[in-house]
Design a protein around this ligand. Structure first.
Ligand SMILES: Cc1ncc(COP(=O)(O)O)c(C=O)c1O
Length: 319
């Protein structure tokens, strides 16, 4: 589902940000724009965010901008201020309106690269790199797949649970452009009969999926309406998911219990329900992990998606 980041390339809208156009300039995404010496392409040296706009409203906009700023800090890439990104996105949405129609759902990808090696685009570090927003309608295929049960394989990420702390240069929790490994893991899963992947550490902790966060539900027999939602701790170096964070805020308001665990495969197998969640796919129920079947209940999936519709501020234990 997530491998085609440009979901409807024909009608995509692109807006670049630079020192001369700090509020964004619409450009044609089908014409060459990027220099071949841009470190974003040469080394995957950049950061990005993928967001969902419904009916012209960007969901969790603030959380995405904060995470973009965090990734930029971790990679030491200067980026334009939040208001530049906000107005560039607004220009992109307006461009759809000017063309005769804003799609009900739009995927918005914000990208910032370190720019061309040795040739900063501006003396102002906030505009020294290359920056753009790409907006594309969410395809019918993606919409149709939402809520469909998936099978997941557990794949070793090749480092232990302490790597994020020991080796910060690995940028484990930054959303960098270097997603080739994540895409390779997805291809591996597909060629072995699975839809998606949950990465584990070499010492048996659950991390995250290549483009989603892991969320599990344990029922509470004494209070059926107040189950517990669990997600892996961030200290292992996973990306702080905005979808998980928004679900947690709404769930807490609804009186549910929340937990952040060092989770193991056994926790997944014994969960009452399990999902992979992210901004565009929303909540995908997991029906199988390796050869272990898991119960799928559309009512709970719908509940999580209702929580997301509330578009509440994102909640994490540490950020
Ligand atoms: C590695 C990884 N984890 C988790 C997520 C989910 O993040 P969000 O819920 O903010 O979309 C993503 C999103 O692309 C991701 O790439």
């Amino acid at each position: 589902m997530a491998e085609h980041f440009l979901e409807d390339s024909v009608s995509a809208v692109a807006v670049r940000i630079d020192a001369e156009h700090p509020s964004g300039l619409v450009f044609d995404p089908h014409q060459p724009q990027l220099r071949v010496t841009d470190l974003g392409v040469v080394r995957g040296d950049g950061v990005f965010e993928t967001m969902l706009a419904r009916d012209g409203q960007v969901r969790k906009f603030e959380a995405h901008l904060q995470r973009l700023a965090r990734s930029a800090r971790l990679t030491e890439i200067g980026i334009p201020p939040a208001e530049s990104w906000r107005s560039a996105v607004q220009r992109g949405l307006d461009e759809f309106r000017n063309r005769g129609g804003l799609p009900d759902e739009v995927t918005i990808r914000l990208t910032a690269t370190r720019g061309v090696d040795g040739e900063p685009a501006s003396d102002d570090p906030a505009f020294a790199g290359t920056y753009w927003a790409l907006l594309s309608p969410v395809s019918e295929e993606i919409k149709a797949k939402r809520g469909a049960p998936i099978a997941v394989t557990l794949l070793d990420r090749g480092h232990d649970a302490t790597a994020a702390e020991r080796a910060p240069w690995l940028l484990l929790s930054a959303k960098t452009l270097s997603y080739a490994v994540n895409m390779a893991a997805l291809r591996w899963a597909k060629s072995h009969g699975f839809d998606d992947v949950i990465f584990t550490t070499s010492d048996g902790h659950i991390l995250e999926a290549p483009t989603s966060t892991v969320l599990l539900l344990r029922k509470n027999p004494d209070e059926p309406q107040r189950p517990t939602l669990l997600t892996p701790i961030l200290e292992t170096g996973i990306l702080p998911g905005t979808t998980q964070g928004a679900i947690f805020t709404a769930a807490e308001r609804a009186g549910w219990n929340l937990g952040y665990g060092p989770l193991t495969p056994e926790d997944l197998y014994t969960a009452d329900h399990l999902w992979l969640v992210s901004s565009v796919r929303l909540a995908s129920p997991v029906a199988r992990v390796e050869d272990r079947e898991l119960a799928v209940d559309p009512t709970w999936t719908q509940k999580l998606n209702e929580f997301l519709n509330q578009d509440l501020p994102v909640q994490h234990p540490t950020t």
